[in-house]
Design a protein around this ligand. Structure first.
Ligand code: ATP
Ligand code: MG
Length: 649
């Protein structure tokens, strides 16, 4: 993969780009040589109510993990996202809302958004919400969700957004962990033409015996469906808004006051309440949004992530709004009413920058070129990918079929814990290699270490760690600092361990190979799942693949593969043989799959990531030990795979 085709920065793109190769190198060096100076300079993009006294005070020492940025500074996030734009762009669209059903979009200006956020902030205060309280949001992708997040930040309440696709059980766990006293929801959510009874789910979650803290549930009437109502607890959003005042002063918050908690998607186990604070997070979110996406005034930016994930927090809401941008909130799913939906949204709203996930790209690719058939797509200037390693095959399809070969792709590697992007190409500076997250962003110091923690030099493969802090870094796990230290700082002392593996090639490009827990060890050869999966996906009949290790008498570990075929392709024994040969040929005999199981669907988290933990268990017939599958998008998939596995053995 290291000698992959190099895609130079398109000339036209380079001419107008914010950062070119020389500037990247100069600024990156400056950010490492003198972080205090560099980050003091970058903080000027934020309006501070009181200047900070010290830029950085951080320690990765596992006896004393402590991360603080912009100490002593005061600011308010909603004022940075709204108030300061009013003079110049009060009539500019802040949010374009694209409804589940096509043709029902709404445009919300900065003036309107500011007014609604102020009103709702006042309403929250009237309901007794105070600074430092945890407010749980269980909401569909509607403007009221953005309003609620910003209103919390305005009064210093801590929001905890729980993806609206989660079950009452999963919601209850997160409410309990956060000890939240208010829940904001809607009557129903709509996705792909199907409704979810959000309010009823909240009611069910609140029957959980241990939840004693919640005394208010605020409900947005979205679909207008009949819902259960409890007068003592339930409040109607529209009524609260009608009574509330149009202005609410933004609370001056300390740079290190909590802004939000967010539970990680849970591909690897019990969800963790990741804590982010105010000054560093906002500075880093705004800076990365501008430079990673080469964002310019008046451009339309579409991040397809749900606000239930960090990507939705940072790049649907906070980054674009801090930069005075126009951001798109999409309520629906990419394949509803049909596979051309994304293309239609792009053309309707003249999207300039599209940021989505490999799972969505592979789903479109599985339908041939139908996804973009008949679309114009000429507004697009830049594409982005996040969430999983993007297979080179999917990258190429995205580049040529969606971007028509004109638009660079930024493959952004980051985590809930990192707050915003850490590794990515910069589109005007970095020649692209399909499937590589390329280089560190400013101030980021990645390193590869072996299992003993020795730092590897040059071209190498190992555990991906970070040697120093960056402003957007999570500060802790909510109310469990010990778990934070344990999870990230004890494995390789003195560093932040990402849990991911990576390879660095001769040009210094980084390739994320997957989670280290997923790494295969076949006859002593270590292999990332990403590499084998990419080889499979590059076969013309394969839509998606997941690879896990299984015990093997001779090799130590054998390779067990789950394959989803493209639309209209029949599974057969000859295809199975062909795929084996294909992987042998693409990677080498060492990677030859031992078992191939057909999988009409793969178990994925709600954010679209393959859950290999479950697939490992099915491969060895441990059907009972699947662990927590409450965060699965479609638990039915598991049963299907189990039955198929039983029939094979
Ligand atoms: P949990 O930590 O609870 O198991 P999660 O890791 O899936 O859940 P996120 O924080 O949303 O939760 O995802 C971050 C992870 O996603 C990264 O650690 C990495 O494994 C993967 N990832 C994200 N972006 C990329 C990318 N561009 N390339 C490769 N992998 C990526
Ligand atoms: Mg993770």
């Amino acid at each position: 993969m290291s000698n992959a085709t190099l895609y130079p920065v398109p000339e036209e793109f380079a001419r107008n780009a914010l950062i070119d190769q020389d500037t990247y190198q100069r600024l990156y060096q400056a950010s490492i040589d003198d972080p205090e100076q560099f980050w003091a300079e970058q903080a000027k993009r934020i309006d501070w109510m009181r200047p900070f006294k010290k830029v950085k005070q951080t320690s990765f020492d596992d006896h004393n993990v402590s991360i603080k940025w912009y100490l002593g500074g005061h600011l308010n996030v909603s004022a940075n996202c709204l108030d300061r734009h009013l003079e110049q762009r009060s009539e500019q669209t802040a949010i374009i809302w694209e409804a589940d059903e096509p043709g029902q979009a709404r445009h919300i200006t900065y003036r309107e958004l500011h007014r609604d956020v102020c009103r709702f902030a006042n309403a929250l205060k009237h309901q007794g919400v105070a600074q430092g309280d945890v407010v749980t949001l269980y909401m569909p992708m509607i403007p009221e969700a953005a309003i609620a997040m910003l209103a919390c930040s305005r009064i210093g309440a801590i929001h905890s957004v729980v993806f609206a696709g989660f079950s009452p059980e999963a919601l209850a766990g997160r409410i309990l962990d956060g000890r939240s006293n208010v829940v904001i929801t809607a009557d129903e959510g709509l996705r792909g033409g199907r409704s979810t009874p959000l309010k009823a789910n909240v009611d069910e979650a609140l029957t959980h015996a241990d939840i004693k803290t919640v005394d208010k549930v605020i409900v947005v009437r979205h679909t207008g469906a009949e819902i259960p109502w409890h007068d003592h607890r339930d409040r109607d959003y529209a009524e609260l808004m009608a009574e509330a005042d149009d202005f609410c002063p933004p609370e001056p918050m300390d740079s290190e006051d909590p802004l939000f908690i967010l539970y990680t998607s849970g591909s690897t186990g019990k969800p963790k309440g990741i804590l982010h604070t105010t000054g560093g997070y906002l500075t880093y979110a705004a800076l990365t949004h501008q430079y990673v996406f080469d964002y310019k005034d008046s451009e339309v930016f579409w991040c397809t992530a749900d606000i239930g994930w960090i990507t939705g927090h940072t790049y649907t809401i906070y980054g674009p709004l801090a930069n005075g941008g126009t951001t798109v909130m999409f309520e629906g799913v990419p394949n509803y009413p049909d596979v051309t939906r994304m293309a239609r949204v792009i053309d309707t709203h003249k999207i300039n920058i599209l940021y989505t996930a490999p799972t969505a790209i592979r789903a479109m690719m599985a339908m041939g070129d139908a996804a973009m058939a008949g679309a114009d797509g000429s507004s697009l200037r830049l594409l982005g990918s996040v969430g999983e390693p993007i297979n080179p095959e999917a990258w190429n399809w995205y580049y040529h079929t969606v971007g028509k070969g004109r638009c660079p792709i930024v493959d952004t590697w980051w985590q809930t814990e990192t707050g915003a992007t850490l590794m990515t190409p910069l589109p005007g500076a970095t020649p692209l290699k399909p499937g590589s997250a390329a280089c560190p962003f400013f101030g980021v110091q990645p390193a590869l270490v072996d299992n003993e923690g020795n730092i590897l030099q040059g071209a190498a493969e190992g555990n991906l760690v970070l040697l120093d802090s960056w402003p957007g870094q999570a500060r802790s796990i909510f109310r469990d600092h010990e778990r934070f230290v344990d999870t990230y700082f004890r494995t390789f002392k003195g560093t932040y361990f990402t849990g991911d593996g990576a390879r660095r090639d001769e040009d210094g490009y980084y390739w994320i190979t997957g989670r280290v827990d997923d790494v295969l060890n076949v006859s002593g050869h270590r292999m990332g799942t990403a590499e084998v999966e990419s080889a499979l996906v590059s076969h013309k009949d394969v839509a998606e693949a997941a690879v896990v290790g299984m015990p093997h008498d001779l090799k130590g570990q054998g390779i067990y593969v789950y394959v989803t075929l493209n639309d209209g392709i029949e599974a057969s024994e000859s295809l199975r043989q062909a795929l084996r040969q294909w992987v042998r040929h693409e990677i080498g005999p060492i990677a030859t799959p031992d078992v191939i199981q057909w999988a009409p669907g793969l178990p994925k988290t709600r954010s679209g990531k393959i859950m290999r933990r479950i697939l490992r268990k099915i491969a060895v017939a441990e059907y009972d030990g699947l662990g927590d599958i409450s965060t699965l998008a479609d638990p039915g998939v598991v049963e299907h795979l189990i039955n198929e596995h039983k029939s094979m053995t």
